[in-house]
Design a protein around this ligand. Structure first.
Ligand code: AMP
Length: 281
């Protein structure tokens, strides 16, 4: 497994690989890897002859007062995990190699990023789509793998690729959960043992939403209420939003004869967690 930190060097390798007829898959991450990330890597491995994992804690997707500086990092452990897949190239640039101080260009996806996390984290998705566009230009992948854990991010990137003709196939991977249902996340490392218990409320709330939806004809308000009730019972959980939207467009007030997305963001102590479920019509 090779470690590349220079964007130009990464591009040279990608171009050489393309010229040899290799199929390149890219899995973008911010590191501090867990089994959810590894599921993405295995999907990328299946589709490619050159598998590139990027590890980059992207400063432009963090707002002021968010956790950029204290985001968990452990590059050696990450590399040991990536070697088990195995990954061919780890692309791990430092922020100054990715952003020059006079950089003034952004990639912005509008409608799909307005609601849900977009309303609570201004500028977040602009940072995400900009860095992913840069990674696509640097790594030149045929495939890029993203988790449904960050469902709005997945939809934003699918839009960007379609609207701007990136020619990269976006491969979604379902959410990987701990045995008790908690969605795996690098940020789970912030949770104290008590908070870890409280955090279960998110997946339990989604289960309540699913049960309400499958119990027979109902409306989105009832689904939101069922999930909210479960979350409000837990003192340590502060709800940021519980929403039901169209799973394709993420538009509010979805028709229930189409797949819907139930999305939750909540703070457990100081830690902001998200989770979601897609419910088929
Ligand atoms: P992150 O390192 O948190 O930016 O995540 C990198 C990629 O891994 C994103 O595409 C995430 O959606 C995906 N991911 C993170 N956690 C999970 C999970 N529990 N299951 C599936 N994919 C995940």
């Amino acid at each position: 497994m090779e470690i590349v930190t220079s964007p130009d060097e990464m591009t040279r390798r990608a171009e050489n690989a393309r010229n040899r007829g290799e199929r390149i898959a890219l899995v973008p991450t911010m590191g501090y890897l867990h089994d959810g990330h590894l599921a993405l890597m295995r999907e990328g491995r299946r589709r490619s002859s050159l598998l590139v994992a990027s590890i980059f804690v992207n400063p432009t997707q963090f707002g002021p007062g968010e956790d950029f500086a204290r985001y968990p990092r452990d590059f050696e452990r990450d590399c040991a995990m990536l070697q088990t897949v195995p990954v061919d190239v780890v692309f791990a640039p430092e922020p100054p190699a990715m952003y020059s101080p006079d950089s003034q260009s952004w990639v912005e996806v509008t409608e799909v990023t307005r609601g849900l996390c977009g309303s609570n984290r201004p500028g977040h998705f602009r940072g995400v789509t900009t860095v992913v566009a840069k990674l696509f230009n640097i790594v030149k992948p045929h495939f890029a793998v993203f988790g449904e854990k960050d469902f709005q991010q997945l939809r934003a990137i699918q839009r960007m690729v379609r609207d701007l003709n990136f020619g990269v196939e976006i491969v979604p991977v379902p959410i990987v959960r701990e045995k008790d249902g908690l969605a795996m996340s690098s940020r789970n490392a912030y949770l104290s043992p008590d908070e870890r218990e409280d955090a279960l409320a998110l997946s339990l709330a989604l289960r309540a939403a699913r049960e309400k939806h499958s119990a027979g004809p109902c409306c989105t308000e009832e689904i939101v209420r069922a999930a909210t009730q479960v979350l409000s019972r837990v003192k340590g959980v502060a709800i940021e939003y519980v929403e039901v939207v169209d799973a394709e467009t993420l538009a509010p007030k979805p028709r229930l004869d189409r797949p819907i997305l139930v999305a939750i963001a909540a703070r457990v102590g100081k830690t902001r967690l998200i989770d979601n479920a897609v419910l088929a019509a």
